[in-house]
Write a protein that binds this ligand. Structure first.
Ligand SMILES: *Cc1c(COP(=O)(O)O)cnc(C)c1O
Length: 372
């Protein structure tokens, strides 16, 4: 089955009691035992398993062509489960410009037990030189990266990792399985913040991991999911399943609008530089083309007038909302450096734009008046 069909059907089952076409939300935390002590439907307690979470995990696994998926209460909880599954003393190689919330989690919570090397992942030689054959256990990829839209070569990094028996996990939040399939390119795990494009409407928090194969590492991750209990509520699972049904169509719309905005900004006299992997002059355009079937709806741009001009432009927008997060139907813009804090490597004249599904003419008009 193709992705549009899977997105609609793989997370849903008609209710056998009521024949409701859309699967109802099962709020009960506990499930009745039979006289012989068994659990007739397979459910015991909702932290361990819940019908809505199972449906969500089924569609998540199918969308990425993976064996199984685990749903979490946030993207950071999903990342956390991967880090917790590593033995103390393990080294992680991660991108220096990775999503700052996960970087902070690594630095503030996991740096006591794990060694983390943040490097420029677009430099393959540097990746190879950073590998310690004894201690490196995980290579974390985020491509396109947040907020500089840098591209890492998934296939080449996975080949390097395989030589040294290192696990690769790819944060695929920006591209989604609609545009990029890391498991097919050699990754072991894919990670998502479902809060973004999966939910798609900025009203549900969630995270996910998808595995290529069920192995010892995955069994550890699964027990961390159910024992630590950072699981999404049945309602959150329902909302995410609902959002996923339109994911393939929404992603096409996000990309179509983003390409036009990138081209508009590129020729605008107030703009210094546009960061979008779908532009031919992006330094990794060739790699992006080879591993992505579309370039998604996220872009950043810097302004010639510095930080002051960037903040002024963001404040002058009327339709595009100034807020953090991304992947919703509404366009959002953000001055990233001021959210990321004093240690940020993000340029101060940069704005990140999550291009929504509004009419493209309205979006360009709004940007045009704000950049005057
Ligand atoms: C938002 C985000 C995360 C973290 O997800 P939460 O759902 O906010 O915990 C991780 N990676 C990327 C690329 C993100 O955009």
């Amino acid at each position: 089955m193709k992705i549009e069909t899977l997105a609609i059907h793989a997370g849903n089952s008609t209710d056998s009691n009521t024949k409701a076409v859309v699967q109802p939300i099962t709020l009960s935390t506990t499930f009745e035992r039979a006289e012989d002590g068994s659990y007739p439907a397979g459910y015991i307690y909702t932290r361990a398993a819940n019908p809505n979470r199972l449906s969500l995990e089924n569609v998540l696994a199918k969308l990425d062509g993976g064996a199984e998926a685990c749903a979490f209460s946030s993207g950071n909880a999903a990342g956390s489960a991967v880090f917790q599954s590593l033995e103390p003393g393990s080294q992680i190689i991660a991108p220096e410009d990775m999503y700052h919330g996960l970087k902070a989690l690594m630095n503030e919570v996991f740096s006591r037990t794990l060694e983390i090397s943040f490097i420029d992942m677009s430099d393959l030689n540097l990746v190879e030189r950073t590998i310690n054959p004894r201690t490196t256990k995980l290579i974390w990829i985020e491509t396109p990266s947040n907020p500089l839209l840098k591209i890492s070569d998934i296939k080449s990094i996975c080949q390097l990792a395989q030589k040294h028996h290192i696990i690769v996990c790819c944060d695929n939040t920006f591209a989604t399985p609609v545009f990029q399939r890391p498991l097919d390119l050699g990754a072991d795990l894919v990670m998502y913040s479902s809060t973004k494009y999966f939910g798609g409407h900025s009203d549900v928090l969630g995270g996910a991991l998808v595995t290529k194969t069920v192995n010892e590492q995955w069994e550890k991750i699964k027990s961390i999911q159910t024992l630590s209990g950072a699981v999404p509520s049945p309602f959150d699972c329902y909302m995410t399943v609902r959002g996923l049904k339109t994911l393939p169509y929404r992603m096409r719309g996000h990309e179509e609008n983003a390409i036009q905005i990138a081209q508009f900004l590129e020729q605008h006299p107030a703009v210094e530089k546009v960061f979008y992997p779908g532009l031919i002059n992006h330094p990794s355009y060739a790699i992006a083309r080879s591993q992505m079937s579309g370039f998604s709806g996220m872009l950043s741009f810097t302004l010639k007038g510095g930080q002051e001009a960037a903040i002024k432009a963001a404040n002058s927008l009327k339709l595009i909302t100034q807020a953090t997060s991304l992947g919703g139907v509404e366009s959002l813009i953000e001055h990233r450096a001021s959210v990321e804090g004093p240690n940020t490597k993000t340029p101060f004249n940069l704005l990140r734009l999550s291009v929504g599904l509004e009419n493209i003419q309205d979006l360009i008009e709004d940007l045009n008046q704000a950049l005057q």
